[in-house]
Design a protein around this ligand. Structure first.
Ligand code: GRF
Length: 192
């Protein structure tokens, strides 16, 4: 913990609907050690920004060009005393200077069992379609540290589920999302 309050301040980065962000906000709403202090999106119309606003969590949209501006970006993290960063459906590469500023303090969740079905372009339904197409009998979630490459950082936690013959990418996505909501906040909580 590096800020003045006695809680770990987490910033969440997301680009889309933000069901995981919502789940985190609810999970940590009354928590002795951890606070969701900021939600950041790189999409101006992302639903996640509205969700954060409704729940009175500070949120900010950062346009594409500013993600390459260390001073601009780091000032935002400093202003909110951010200690740790959690990605949940953030569809851009995290800039290298941010990774250097937060070594082993940035975590992502991937909706499959890495190292399979990861890398550039492997997000959302693309992942679940690829899993179904390759007739895998298992899928799941991977929670990992973020480094300079998509989905390549050290894995912290994985949980798996069975893919049935009747599963479609859509039904698989629902099952994986349930697993994400069940584990992701608990795994982060366990880091502190
Ligand atoms: C999740 O499936 C997560 O694994 C992936 O992006 C998705 C985000 O979903 N990285 P949501 O916006 O939290 O609903």
């Amino acid at each position: 913990m590096t800020n003045n309050s006695n809680k770990v301040n987490i910033a969440m980065l997301a680009s889309g609907t933000g069901s995981n962000v919502l789940n985190f906000i609810n999970y940590f709403r009354i928590h002795s050690r951890i606070k969701i202090a900021l939600v950041i999106s790189n999409k101006p119309d992302a639903q996640v920004l509205k969700k954060a606003e409704m729940l009175n969590v500070p949120s900010v949209y950062i346009e594409k060009a500013k993600w390459n501006d260390p001073k601009y970006l780091l000032d935002i993290f400093k202003k909110h005393n951010i200690d740790f960063i959690v990605l949940a459906g953030f569809l851009s590469l995290v800039p290298a200077f941010l990774i250097q500023e937060y070594p082993n303090k940035i975590v992502n969740i991937h909706p499959a069992l890495l190292p399979k079905f990861g890398g550039k372009g492997m997000y959302g339904m693309n992942v679940h379609k690829a899993v179904i197409d390759s007739k895998e009998d298992k899928s799941g979630i991977s929670i990992h540290y973020v480094n300079e490459e998509y989905d390549k950082g050290r894995i912290i936690f994985q949980a798996s589920l069975f893919v049935s013959a009747n599963d479609t990418p859509e039904t698989l996505a629902k099952k994986v999302q349930k697993l994400e909501h069940e584990h992701y906040p608990r795994v982060i909580e366990g880091l502190f």
